[in-house]
Design a protein around this ligand. Structure first.
Ligand SMILES: [Mn+2]
Length: 561
C-alpha cells in the first residue's frame, strides 16, 4: 500500500470522524469501486431483471416514469441511456409538478395505455413507493410494474410486480441510504450482469457501468443523501469519470456553467448544477433537462444547457420575491411558536422548498411553507425543511390526520391538505414541537461541531489542499472541516452584493496576508475593528472563474475578542 501524505489538521478532522489508522484513512480518501456490494442483494432484483429481459425479448414497450427533481431526472436519464446502449428504446415520462404533481398519475397512465402496445412495462425512478392505488390501475391498463424508489416505505401493501427499495425491511442490501438514481444504477447493473452472462444476448454491447456514475454523483448530492459508505464510492467514482464523461448532457451543462471537470467538488454540484436542473421542474418544464441529458448532438445539448440557465435566473427572481414575503409572515409566526414555523401565503409552488430552506438557515427551526393549489384553492400544498438533528418526517406524521398526502425524509418533506384543516395542522405541529424540544434538548448539544485549529497562513499548504480534494465529495455525513484560527486581524474589509449583504477582506495571519470572503456576513463590518485581534471560523472552497480554478477561504463566523 502506497503511503499518502496527510496534513496534521486533516488527520485531526478525520479522527473526529473515527478514522485514525493509516489504512482506514487511505480507504476513506480513496474508496474503491470493487468494494461496492452486489446488486443481487437487493430484494426482488431477480424478479425485476426477469421482467426486463422478457420485455426486451418480446419487444414490449418500456415506460420509465421518474420524479421531476434532480435525483429523478438523472435516474431516468441513466436508465434510458443504459437501455439505449444495449439497443433498447424506452419512453421517458417526467410529470409536471405544477399540473400533475408528484409520483404516478392515473390520468396520464391511462393516456399511455391507449398509445402504447398492449404488452408494456412500467419502471418508476425515485417515486412510486406511495402509489399503491395507481399501481393497481396500471396493472389494469396492462402494465407490468417495477417500482424503484428510496423513500420511506409506507405501511400499505404495494401491488407492484417487483419493488426495489433498500429501505424495505427485509431487503438484504447492506446500505439503505442510496439515492433514487443509486437504486436505478443498481437495477441497470443487475440487468448488465444478466445480459453479459446469458447466451441469448450474445453479441450485444455490454456497457461499462462506470460511465453512468456521473448521473449517480449529481443526483445523490442534489438529493442530500449521506456521502458515506456505498454513496461515497459511487459519487467519488462519478467525479473521476466525469472528466472523461461520455454523457453529452452532463459535459455540456458543466462547461456552460464554467465548472472545471478535472477537479469537481460537491459545492459545484449543489450550488450550480443541481439548481439549474431543478429550475425546470420547479417552473413546470420538466422535459428541458431530460432533453439535455438525452440530446443527440453537442450543439443541441449546449442549447438546452443555456435554456436551463435562463430558467434558473427566472427561478432566482421568483424565490427572492417569495422569500421576502415569507420573512414578514415568519416573523409574526415566531411569536406564536419559537421553535417551528408553519406559514401559508401566495407563494409559487415550485420554490416552496427553497424558501423553507432559507427560513431554516435564518431561524434554525423546522420550517413548513405552504401555498394554495394553483388549480384548486381549497387545497394547500406544502414543503418543509429542518435543521440537522430533527426528524421532519416523523413530526409531520404526528399530524397525519389533517393531511391528504405526505412523504419525504428526516430533513425534507412534501405534503398537501384541505385548506379547512390548515389551522389545526399548524397548531398540532406547534404543540408537537414544544414537546419535542423538551424531550430532545440533548440533540442540539451532540451536534456541536468540533473545529480544527489551523493558522490562516497555513491554510493554503499544498498537502492540505490535496487532502481537501481527496475528501470530496463533502456534504451530508461527510462535512467539510471547519477551521479555527484564534488570532487573526483584518487588514481591510468591505461589504458587497445586494444590500451589501456579503463581506470580503484581507486577513493578516502569522506569516502572510490572505484574502477571505464571507456570505451574509456584511453586517459584521460594523462590529469588527480593523487590526484588532479576533477569532475566525473558516472553510475552503474550490471555485472556477473564467476557466481558471483556485481555492478560496470562506468565513463562517467572526468572533471578536
Ligand atoms: Mn430522491
Amino acid at each position: 500500500m502506497s503511503k499518502i501524505a496527510v496534513h496534521p489538521a486533516i488527520k485531526r478532522h478525520l479522527a473526529e470522524h473515527g478514522l485514525c489508522g493509516e489504512e482506514d484513512i487511505e480507504n476513506y480518501l480513496f474508496p474503491k469501486l470493487k468494494d461496492l456490494p452486489s446488486p443481487f442483494l437487493l430484494k426482488s432484483i431477480d424478479t425485476a431483471v426477469d421482467l426486463i429481459s422478457s420485455a426486451i425479448q418480446n419487444k414490449d414497450d418500456i415506460l420509465i416514469w421518474g420524479d421531476y427533481d434532480v435525483d429523478g431526472i438523472t435516474g431516468t436519464s441513466l436508465l434510458h441511456t443504459f437501455f439505449r446502449e444495449i439497443g433498447v428504446t424506452t419512453i421517458c415520462h417526467i410529470p409536471n409538478r405544477l399540473t400533475d404533481g408528484y409520483g404516478l398519475n392515473d390520468k396520464v397512465l391511462r393516456d399511455y395505455a391507449t398509445t402504447l402496445r398492449p404488452n408494456k412495462l412500467l419502471i418508476t425512478v425515485d417515486c412510486g413507493i406511495s402509489n399503491s392505488e395507481e399501481l393497481i390501475l396500471a396493472k389494469k391498463y396492462g402494465f407490468k410494474t417495477i417500482v424503484t424508489d428510496h423513500h420511506q416505505v409506507p405501511d400499505t401493501t404495494l401491488y407492484a410486480d417487483a419493488t426495489i427499495n433498500p429501505k424495505q425491511q427485509d431487503c438484504g442490501f447492506p446500505f439503505s441510504e442510496l439515492a433514487g438514481v443509486g437504486v436505478a444504477f443498481y437495477l441497470a447493473a443487475a440487468v448488465r450482469f444478466k445480459i453479459s452472462n446469458n447466451n441469448e444476448y450474445k453479441g450485444i454491447c455490454v456497457p461499462n457501468m462506470k460511465s453512468f456514475l456521473d448521473y449517480v454523483a449529481i443526483g445523490t448530492i442534489a438529493d442530500i443523501m449521506p456521502l458515506k459508505g456505498v454513496n461515497r464510492i459511487l459519487v467519488k467514482g462519478g467525479f473521476e469519470s466525469i472528466s472523461v464523461t461520455r454523457q453529452r448532457g452532463v459535459k455540456n451543462l458543466l462547461s456552460t456553467l464554467d465548472i472545471n471537470i478535472d477537479s469537481l467538488t460537491s459545492d459545484a454540484v449543489s450550488f450550480k448544477v443541481a439548481p439549474a436542473i431543478n429550475a425546470a421542474g420547479r417552473l413546470g418544464e420538466p422535459d428541458k433537462p431530460l432533453n439535455l441529458f438525452l440530446a443527440d448532438s453537442d450543439a443541441s445539448a449546449k442549447e438546452y444547457a443555456s435554456q436551463l440557465i435562463q430558467l434558473n435566473n427566472k427561478r432566482k427572481q421568483i424565490t427572492e420575491n417569495n422569500f421576502e414575503s415569507a420573512l414578514s409572515i415568519a416573523r409574526k409566526e415566531l411569536l406564536l411558536c419559537a421553535n417551528c414555523l408553519v406559514i401559508l401565503g401566495e407563494f409559487h409552488e415550485g420554490v416552496l422548498g427553497i424558501v423553507a430552506s432559507r427560513l431554516v438557515e435564518k431561524f434554525r427551526v423546522p420550517a413548513l411553507v405552504c401555498c394554495y393549489h394553483p388549480a384548486d384553492r381549497s387545497v394547500v400544498k406544502g414543503s418543509g425543511r429542518a435543521p440537522e438533528g430533527h426528524d421532519l418526517y416523523r413530526l409531520i406524521a404526528g399530524a397525519e390526520r389533517y393531511l391528504q398526502n405526505f412523504g419525504g425524509h428526516a430533513l425534507a418533506a412534501g405534503f398537501s391538505l384541505p385548506v379547512a384543516n390548515f389551522i389545526q395542522f399548524k397548531e398540532k405541529l406547534y404543540t408537537l414541537m414544544s414537546l419535542h424540544d423538551e424531550n430532545n434538548a440533548h440533540v442540539s448539544s451532540s451536534l456541536k461541531r468540533k473545529f480544527i485549529e489551523l493558522d490562516v497562513s497555513e491554510s493554503l499548504d499544498r498537502t492540505l489542499l490535496d487532502n481537501l480534494m481527496q475528501l470530496e465529495p463533502t456534504g451530508e455525513a461527510n462535512p467539510k472541516p471547519i477551521f479555527l484560527d484564534r488570532q487573526v486581524r483584518f487588514v481591510s474589509f468591505s461589504a458587497f452584493g445586494k444590500n451589501k449583504a456579503h463581506l470580503k477582506g484581507v486577513i493578516r495571519g502569522k506569516y502572510k496576508n490572505v484574502p477571505v470572503i464571507g456570505f451574509n456576513l456584511g453586517d459584521r463590518i460594523s462590529k469588527t475593528n480593523l487590526n484588532e485581534p479576533c477569532s475566525l471560523l473558516y472553510t475552503h472552497s474550490f471555485e472556477s472563474y473564467n476557466g481558471r480554478s483556485s481555492w478560496r477561504l470562506h468565513i463562517k463566523d467572526i468572533i471578536s475578542h
